[in-house]
Design a binder for this molecule. Structure first.
Ligand code: IMP
Length: 432
């Protein structure tokens, strides 16, 4: 048995979905711990494509338990839609899903406030997914949030909703000059959704602890990426949760000594969705080519992703923040067309050189990347499953990343299918 955190080492969309799906075969429980349906995992299984936003990808495998931890911001409507969609495609969600009764709910007013507040920010907008994530976490921290477990106490739920609506409607009507929400209809709507959700609620912290004691293997699946972490990311252009390894602890109620490995997923280049600094971004034809070749369009919003070269400053930072024990490198095949590949080794900010990731947004906005040019391989790596079959230049590119980041690359993804993977080190050893 072994417990592993797997998370994004960049700005999200690193291709975690496929890797989590692959690792799920050896895990007993698969756990989401932060974020909400702002995330999106695209999985290709045979001929079928699945896009999951809230439920861990493990749901596609029989005999696994999926857990939504307390750190998740849960939109009941989005959850029900996902359950129904899976059921229509022959995947039953029942005992195999457990949801923490301490999850904070995303309610319609959170979505409305998210959208209105983005409009107000103008050019400084974050470019959120508009799913209500930020405002739901605001309520959690302000200690006025409504938790999933409140749905089993209708009187308490109604009181909290009524009190919150006074504040939310004031904001909506007076600040945003938009429509507010009606208590009666909102109460009825959420209580109806609650009937569908209550059967899944559990003390998931206790459940995970008991499973670990029984010897089960647990996979903690991060959403978004380290650079979108509310504490350690490119603040304020971040999401509102802890997407780094610490989030797996606070977002599930398990202790740090229960974790055996922390694996960071990174693309062989870089992408970002939404606003905010991105030093190695390529806004011209080279970025466009990466976007086309990598099919860089959001699974949740369909937005075109910003694309650029691999940034070793950023990934080394992610290795430190998360205590990474291994790297999983994805989408190496997207670089197949290049004769030389620029890779960033540091930033020049004004007259100073930085090889560590700066914390202040102004520094990052003014950071000029310093590149080294590595030889490309200019032949296809798509679908390669063995290290020896990779072109020498691709092997050198991967070894260069390992040296720069200081963490071994243990898996390499060469295509979207599960089988299109090179495994150098099994994350869950076979004897476990
Ligand atoms: P929010 O999470 O909707 O509040 O959005 C905040 C920032 O995080 C925006 O820049 C989003 O584009 C970004 N973001 C949120 N979820 C994801 C994701 O799953 N992948 C990549 N970026 C994301």
């Amino acid at each position: 048995m072994s417990n592993i955190i797997i998370l994004g080492a960049q700005w999200g969309d690193e291709g975690k979905g496929k890797i989590v799906d692959l690792l799920t075969e050896r895990a007993d429980c698969i756990v989401r711990y932060q974020g909400g349906h702002n995330a999106g995992h695209t999985l290709v299984v045979g001929e079928e494509k699945f896009v999951l936003h809230l439920i861990p990808a493990g749901i596609l495998h029989p005999g696994k338990t999926c857990v939504i931890g307390n750190g998740i911001a849960l939109d009941p409507q989005a959850l029900i839609e996902e359950i129904d969609d899976l059921a229509q495609r022959g995947i039953q969600v029942g005992e195999n899903l457990k949801i923490s009764d301490s999850c904070h709910l995303i309610l319609p007013y959170h979505r409305a406030i998210d959208k209105e507040s983005e409009k107000q920010k103008g050019t400084r907008r974050i470019g959120t997914t508009g799913r209500g994530i930020g405002p739901a976490y605001v309520d959690k921290m302000a200690r006025i949030g409504i938790r999933a477990g409140d749905l089993s106490h209708p009187k308490i739920f109604r009181e909290k909703l009524s009190q919150n609506l006074q504040e939310m409607n004031y904001l909506m009507e007076k600040l945003f000059r938009a429509h507010g929400f009606d208590l009666e209809s909102l109460y009825a709507e959420v209580m109806t959704q609650g009937e569908r959700i209550l059967p899944y609620l559990a003390d998931t912290s206790l459940y995970l602890w008991e499973e670990a004691r029984k010897g089960s293997s647990i996979l903690f699946e991060g959403a978004q990426g380290t650079l979108l972490d509310v504490d350690h990311g490119t603040y304020p252009f971040v999401t509102s949760s802890n997407a780094s390894a610490g989030g797996a602890l606070t977002g599930t109620g398990i202790g740090p000594t229960m974790i055996d490995k922390v694996l960071g997923v990174t693309k062989a280049y870089t992408t970002r969705v939404g606003s905010g600094p991105f030093p190695t971004e390529q806004t011209g034809p080279e970025g466009e080519r990466l976007r086309e070749r990598g099919q860089e369009f959001g699974a949740t919003t369909g937005r075109a992703r910003r694309c650029g070269w691999f940034d070793s400053v950023a990934v080394r930072y992610a290795a430190r923040i998360n205590g990474l024990t291994g790297i999983i490198l994805t989408k190496i095949d997207v670089l197949d067309h290049l004769k030389t590949i620029p890779v960033c080794t540091g930033y020049r900010i004004g007259t100073r050189m930085f090889t560590e990731f700066p914390h202040h947004i102004e520094d990052l906005e003014n950071a000029k990347p310093v590149y080294e040019a590595l030889p490309g391989w200019n032949k296809t790596t798509r679908g390669i499953r063995r290290w020896e079959e990779l072109p020498k230049e691709a092997q050198d590119y991967i070894r260069w990343i390992e040296r720069q980041v200081g963490v071994p690359v243990i898996m390499i993804s060469t295509g979207s299918e599960r089988s299109e993977t090179i495994t150098l080190q099994e994350p869950f050893p076979a004897s476990e």
